[in-house]
Design a protein around this ligand. Structure first.
Ligand code: HEC
Ligand code: HEC
Length: 412
């Protein structure tokens, strides 16, 4: 072999190595590079809860520009204009993202769900007021079915392709040629698959498991800390005026008829299913699941008792005005309805409205939509697992006694 040929081979080898390093670096930079979220999120507990990442980006998450383009490209899959709000999500004024969505760069900018996607509440004191968002609240989780359905409908649509999406994205930003290629050949097809596969697109496997099996403990320290935050959350003071005379009259009624189970000292107790008489489905699923995966060994004492005694937990009613619809399956829209026999509780209603129902205590549940802005989720108590029977306490009170008791409950 002549010298120049040897040299050429060596140069080629070095070039190849350099190319490999450059490609590797670019791939890492564009796919895996982890960038911390901005300070206004990470240094503030409330913002961190509402917009902070819980680490779902490594296994889930939608590329930001696709997320942004979807409502613009598929307005026909939303019943109203206004983007993601039309799906019942809360949005604080002046924020870029809806509540429950974190925006974080892991290689590319990604959008993923956090605890607040299901565990935040908003309320309005009047139809024309803006919604106030309460970060962590105990009680029923938000129904994200409309969001998942939207993703599914978009992904199933033939317009969900690189050409259409990139031209929509091009109206919002100028992506480099390399970024466009990454979107075209990797992110768009992959996101489409994930969206067809429903929830894995927005929450990671840990959270998917949790939403099916909510009482199994979390493993990551970050999620454990957030769990404590939700359990210990204090509700804000009732935002509408209350009638002090009625509150005073309601207090002893509460002590007499409700206090034995709903003590305000923070202790919960289990009431056996035969006595409480509410829908059994959840209890049966939970008992089986807990025994099957050994979760009962790892749970807090409250949950173990729930399994042992086969009943539902009666807890403190603090902030009950913010927790509707009521009972473990959200089958009773207002506390007033809960104070009536089953035959008089609404069989169907709508969930997801955040307009306070001051008369019923809970949220307005009779409207299918909010004046051209968003749709609510239809609930049918005759469906399996949705039963609204049981919990027949206080149904014999007179109507003025009920008014007083309800007024008192607003102040808890
Ligand atoms: C996809 C929706 C979803 C997400 C996201 C989610 N949860 Fe839940 N969570 C549920 C459901 C469903 C329940 C069952 C409660 C219910 O609906 O009544 C629940 C119940 C809980 C409860 C028990 C509530 C109580 O009042 O005792 C805690 C605590 C909890 N989740 C913590 C978390 C934490 C911490 C995160 C984030 C790391 C999280 N959840 C994210 C759906 C979700
Ligand atoms: C014998 C015990 C007992 C008594 C007395 C009792 N409750 Fe309950 N309460 C429960 C249990 C258990 C649950 C949970 C049932 C379920 O989710 O299926 C519950 C749930 C509730 C809820 C729904 C909580 C939520 O977060 O959805 C409200 C509201 C409520 N009770 C109000 C009252 C009022 C008002 C009274 C008095 C008139 C009362 N309860 C009397 C045991 C009791």
């Amino acid at each position: 072999m002549t010298k120049p040929t040897k040299r050429k081979i060596r140069i080629a080898a070095v070039a190849l190595v350099l190319l490999a390093i450059a490609t590797g670096f670019t791939a890492w930079y564009k796919i895996r590079r982890d960038v911390a979220q901005p300070q206004w999120i990470t240094s503030d507990a409330r913002n961190d809860y509402l917009y902070g990442s819980v680490g779902a980006e490594s296994t889930a998450g939608i590329p930001y520009w696709i997320w942004l383009a979807l409502p613009r490209l598929f307005p026909d899959n939303l019943h109203y204009p206004g983007g993601y709000v039309a799906l019942g999500l809360s949005w604080e004024e002046s924020r870029e993202m809806p509540v429950g969505f974190s925006k974080k760069t892991v290689g590319y900018v990604r959008v993923a769900g956090n605890c607040a996607l299901c565990h935040a509440r908003s309320y309005r004191t009047g139809p024309d007021e803006t919604s106030a968002v309460v970060d962590a609240v105990r009680g029923r989780a938000t129904d994200i079915k409309p969001l998942l359905l939207f993703f599914h409908q978009c992904a199933a649509d033939p317009r969900f392709n690189a050409g259409e999406l990139l031209s929509e994205i091009g109206m919002a930003t100028g992506l480099s040629f390399l970024d466009q290629s990454i979107y075209r050949f990797a992110l768009i097809p992959r996101t489409r698959q994930a969206m067809l596969n429903q929830e894995s697109v927005i929450v990671d496997p840990d959270l998917q498991y949790h939403s099916r099996n909510p009482y199994a403990p979390f493993s990551s320290p970050r999620m454990k800390a957030l769990e404590v935050r939700i359990r210990d959350a204090q509700a804000p003071v009732y935002p509408l005026p209350v009638n002090p005379a009625l509150v005073a009259a309601g207090k002893p009624l509460f002590a007499q008829h409700c206090g034995s189970c709903h003590a305000l000292d923070g202790q919960s107790k289990v009431i056996p299913i035969g006595e409480i008489g509410t829908d059994r489905e959840h209890l049966e699923n939970w008992t089986q699941a807990a025994h099957a995966d050994g979760a009962s060994d790892r749970l807090g004492s409250e949950r173990i008792e729930m399994v042992k005694n086969s009943g539902y937990l009666a807890g403190p009613l603090n902030g009950i005005w913010l927790r509707g619809p009521y009972l473990h399956n959200g089958s009773v829209p207002t506390v007033r309805a809960l104070l009536q026999p089953q035959a008089q509780r609404p069989r169907t209603f709508y969930r997801g409205n955040d307009l306070i129902d001051a008369t019923g205590v809970g949220f307005l549940s009779t409207e299918a939509e909010e004046r051209g802005r968003r749709q609510f989720v239809f609930f049918d108590a005759s469906q399996r697992g949705n039963g609204n029977a049981g919990h027949l306490y206080g149904i014999g009170l007179s109507s003025s006694e009920k008014d007083a008791l309800l007024e008192y409950l607003k102040t808890l």
